[in-house]
Design a protein around this ligand. Sequence first.
Ligand code: FES
Length: 105
Amino acid sequence: MEVYDNLTILQALLQEDIHIPHLCYDIRLERSNGNCGLCVVTLISPDGERDVKACQTPIKEGMVICTNSAKLENYRKIRLEQLLSDHNADCVAPCVMTCPANIDI
Ligand code: FES
């Protein structure tokens, strides 16, 4: 696919209507804080595979990106469980600064 310059992998995927989980990125934010970890994808190269956060990684020409695999799905489940285990809707508004998704509740 062809995308504009200076996009992250996540922005490029969304531009192409390819959706992966992403809690702390929102188009209204200048930049995600990269805390949720749900947007992880696997970069595949001749040197091997490497998992990266799609919202923090600039997209580059020639990248081969896996967005869905059993390993990624398992990682996302574990990461979501970690997020939910200590975040029981107990925010005191405005909590945009501490919310992992940067949402002004
Ligand atoms: S959307 Fe990438 S770490 Fe949260």
